[in-house]
Design a protein around this ligand. Structure first.
Ligand code: HEC
Length: 111
C-alpha cells in the first residue's frame, strides 16, 4: 500500500516536471481574443471614452449605457460621428474592429 502510493506520487512529480519543462519554450504570453479586444480599446478608445466607457471626454458618449446594435457600433467605429474620428484605419482589420465591438459590449455589464 505504502509502495503503491509513493509510486503514485513519484509519477505525478515526473509528469509535472515534464509538463513545465515542455512548456518553457512556448511560454510567451498568448492573448485571448477578449484580451486583444481590450488592449485595442484601451489603446484607441479609452482616451475619450475611459477604460470603463464612462469618461465622456470631449463629448464622448457613455458606452456603459449605450443601447446601439452591433451594426450601429460598427458604423460609428468605422466612420466616426461628430466629434468622434473614424477608427477604421486605426484598427486596421475587420477582425480588430470585431474584437473592439465585443469589448464595448462588455462595458455595458459593468456597474
Ligand atoms: C477623440 C475622441 C474619441 C475617440 C478616440 C473614440 N471616440 Fe467614440 N465617441 C466620441 C464622441 C465625441 C462620441 C459622441 C458622438 C456623437 O454622437 O455626437 C462617441 C461615440 C461613440 C459611440 C456611440 C455611443 C452612443 O450610444 O451613441 C460608440 C459605440 C463609440 N464612440 C465607440 C468608440 C470606440 C470603440 C472607439 C475606439 C475604437 C472610440 N469610440 C474612440 C469620441 C471618441
Amino acid at each position: 500500500m505504502v509502495l503503491r502510493s509513493s509510486f503514485f506520487v513519484a509519477s505525478i512529480l515526473l509528469l509535472t516536471a515534464c509538463g513545465s519543462g515542455g512548456s518553457k519554450n512556448d511560454s510567451l504570453p498568448s492573448e485571448t481574443p477578449e484580451e486583444k479586444g481590450e488592449s485595442l480599446y484601451v489603446l484607441n478608445c479609452a482616451s475619450c471614452h475611459g477604460e470603463d466607457g464612462k469618461l465622456g471626454s470631449s463629448g464622448a458618449k457613455d458606452l456603459s449605457v449605450s443601447k446601439l446594435s452591433d451594426q450601429q457600433i460598427e458604423q460609428i467605429i468605422r466612420k466616426g460621428k461628430n466629434a468622434m474620428p473614424a477608427q477604421e484605419a486605426v484598427l486596421e482589420t475587420d477582425e480588430n474592429i470585431k474584437l473592439v465591438i465585443e469589448h464595448v459590449k462588455t462595458l455595458k455589464n459593468k456597474p
